[in-house]
Design a protein around this ligand. Structure first.
Ligand code: CU
Length: 421
């Protein structure tokens, strides 16, 4: 779906100096303005992508002026946990949603796909409330996949849960520029706003502080779960709750938290507003999934292998067995979600028991004792598991060069900016 404007000679209206938004007056689906599509009176799986420059949609399937329920089954990154019944679908730029609509009872009728009015306060025109029409035939020639929807679709691989907020980003406007935490993408020296350690689970708070505008925020590399939405008029939507996403809409004044694991790749990635005009005018920033070599790990280190160096036994000392240290290490170990895949872990442990350890790597050879350790090693604390001891040694590494954030102080919230017609 897109929303375009044309000049009187039929060419596309493409204002190069526009810095706010382009809300077209002609709605297109698959490149055709307000098209129709012939369907049979049966179920259809429909995939929506909002490819508009600046317009968010709130879709309804209407018959004789009444909205008909449908099921949302898929999102940006794949199927939902289960179908979620809904009477409308909110979809902002770059979002993808899949629905199953059942045309069975509308044989010989038209089903009109409509858009709401004043959706996210985008500028409306005479016919921007219409999207397309389904012309329902009377015969079903093919009944393949026309049965009941499965009650469960898949186990969505959500990141393990954690509390708190690790980073906050404000999407705002300052001095006429679209910014993230006060920084524009043109600010090359400062545009890397975060350095999540590769494999880390982080909660990001995304706040719309630009007054009167909405921003669909797209984070590269990761698939995230939406945890909360506050400050505006919408909660997390029912179908959003079951989805893994890579775009989330920040409506006016909304603050959203998302959780994701920053893996598997290192490198520099962008996150940005997907209103193309905002994006093109610098509402974009970057994060650097830090290179593990900075922490003494080889770049081939993954977070799923229990035989990884960081989980292996290490030299120990008395200090390691003081209760406070043990509790501290246990807490850190728990946060690593080492038991996320118990079956695989037990398999690896069994293989270790039968085949023994592979030849040790030397990467961590320089790390021996923590600064709080005494010189005398002990083996008497039988209640401490080898994993915790291993983590004790690994902790030395993770506490050395901390990932530093270059997060900027946020811009002043501008209430004066308005895009109202
Ligand atoms: Cu934006």
């Amino acid at each position: 779906m897109s929303s375009k404007q044309y000049n009187s000679d039929g060419t596309l209206f493409d204002p190069k100096d526009e810095t706010n938004s382009l809300f077209g007056d002609v709605i297109h689906v698959n490149g055709q303005p307000w098209p129709f599509h012939k369907v049979e009176p049966r179920k259809y799986r429909l995939r929506f992508l909002n490819a508009a420059i600046s317009r968010a949609f709130k879709l309804t399937f209407e018959v004789d002026g009444k909205a008909v329920d449908f099921n949302v089954i898929g999102a940006d990154t794949g199927l939902l946990n289960e179908p979620v019944k809904s009477s409308n679908l909110e979809i902002s730029m770059a979002e993808r949603w899949e629905v199953v609509f059942d045309f069975t009872q509308f044989s010989g009728k038209n089903v009109t796909l409509k858009n709401g009015r004043d959706v996210q306060h985008d500028e409306d025109f005479a016919a921007t409330d219409k999207v397309m029409q389904f012309v329902v035939g009377k015969d079903v020639k093919d009944t393949t996949n026309n049965g009941n929807l499965p009650s469960a679709l898949r186990n969505v691989p959500f990141s393990p849960m954690k509390s708190g907020v690790d980073r906050s980003f404000k999407f705002g406007k300052s001095g006429g520029a679209w910014t993230v935490n006060g920084v524009t993408f043109a600010d090359v020296k400062n545009r890397i706003l975060a350095k999540p350690q590769r494999g880390a689970i982080e909660v990001w708070e995304l706040e719309n502080s630009s007054g009167g505008w909405s921003h669909p925020v797209h984070i590269h590399l990761v698939d995230f779960q939406i945890l909360s939405r506050t400050g505006g008029t919408r909660p997390v939507l029912p179908y959003e709750k079951e989805a893994l996403k890579d775009v989330v809409l920040l409506g006016e004044n909304e603050k959203v938290t998302v959780i994701a694991r920053y893996a598997p790749y290192d490198g520099v990635y962008m996150f940005h507003c997907h209103n193309l005009i905002h994006e093109d005018h610098d509402m974009m920033a970057a994060f650097n999934v830090t290179s593990l070599s900075d922490w003494g790990y080889p770049e081939t280190t993954k977070f799923i292998d229990p035989m990884e160096e960081k989980y292996r036994s290490k030299a120990e000392s008395t200090g390691d067995f003081e209760k406070a240290n043990i509790m501290d290490k246990m807490a850190k170990f728990e946060l690593m979600e080492a038991y996320d895949n118990v079956d695989k872990l037990e398999e690896a442990l069994e293989s270790y028991r039968v085949n023994g350890a592979p030849a040790p790597k030397t990467t961590l050879s320089t790390v021996v004792l923590s600064s709080t350790s005494s010189a005398t090693p002990t083996t008497s604390a039988a209640s401490v598991t080898p994993q915790i001891k291993a983590e004790a040694a690994a902790t030395i590494i993770t506490t050395a060069p901390k990932a530093t954030s270059t997060t900027k102080v946020d811009d002043k919230k501008s209430k004066t900016t308005s895009k109202k017609k």
